[in-house]
Design a protein around this ligand. Structure first.
Ligand code: SAM
Length: 216
């Protein structure tokens, strides 16, 4: 179901230049986006726009997800922490890219969405993704350090615990800015225990990251 729509979505993202890396293209082809979208918006699953998933939250537009995943240089065997499980779609893509020897942890603060994401992941064969209910601005110390940390809600600044829980050489991607506007997709690389380099990769619009090291 929806195979043609998914194929055409990927073709557009490649043509527009959002998708370039073969392993990320393969993941977009394989993960069934319509399985992660609520029934009332499923018909729009392959349109390039964010869609509502309830509780005032969204599943990001495919092009925005492509920007996030490409900018973080995800690859096989990595240990990845995602903040903001939502529908679980992004976590499924990450699980495809890191493969069976990689590990994916994803944290969601809204209990109903953690359950929605977990159910979607299990039903589609990504039960190996660990869904954790909690405040992702504090990271997940139990499994730190991570090769990659990806934040899918907008923070006022890079949350300190997330920088601390990165491996040296690891990368953290997050939208940084105001509520719904003046946001920049930001990628930080941990050069040493005490040094990070920060690259701003263009404008974006995300829901707020709410928590101890986010918006109150
Ligand atoms: N990655 C998701 C997907 O693939 O559907 C989309 C995420 S949506 C744009 C952002 C999510 O971040 C929402 O589900 C929201 O509840 C969650 N969120 C906001 N603040 C959070 C926090 N401090 N910890 C964990 N999740 C948070």
């Amino acid at each position: 179901m929806y195979e043609k729509e998914r194929e055409e979505m990927v073709e557009r993202l490649v043509k527009w230049g959002y998708l370039t890396k073969p392993e990320i293209i393969a993941a977009f082809k394989k993960v069934q986006r319509h399985e992660f979208t609520p029934a009332n918006v499923r018909g729009y699953a392959h349109v390039d726009q964010p869609l509502p998933i309830g509780y005032g939250q969204t599943i990001s537009a495919p092009s925005m997800i492509a920007i996030m995943l490409e900018s973080l240089e995800l690859g096989p065997k990595q240990k990845v922490l995602e903040i903001g499980t939502g529908s679980g779609y992004n976590a499924a893509l990450i699980a495809e890219i890191v493969g069976g020897e990689g590990k994916v942890f994803t944290i969601e603060r809204v209990a109903e969405l953690a359950e929605f994401g977990r159910d979607n992941l299990q039903r589609t064969g990504y039960g190996r993704v660990n869904v954790i209910l909690g405040d992702g601005t504090c990271g997940y110390e139990a499994e730190a350090p991570y090769d990659r940390i990806l934040v899918t809600a907008c923070a006022p600044e890079l949350p300190k615990p997330l920088v601390e829980q990165l491996k040296v050489g690891g990368k953290l991607g997050a939208p940084v800015g105001q509520h719904y506007m003046f946001q920049t997709w930001t990628v930080a690389e941990k050069r040493s225990e005490n040094e990070i380099s920060v690259r701003e990769c263009g404008g974006c619009s995300f829901v707020p990251l709410v928590g101890k090291y986010g918006w109150k």
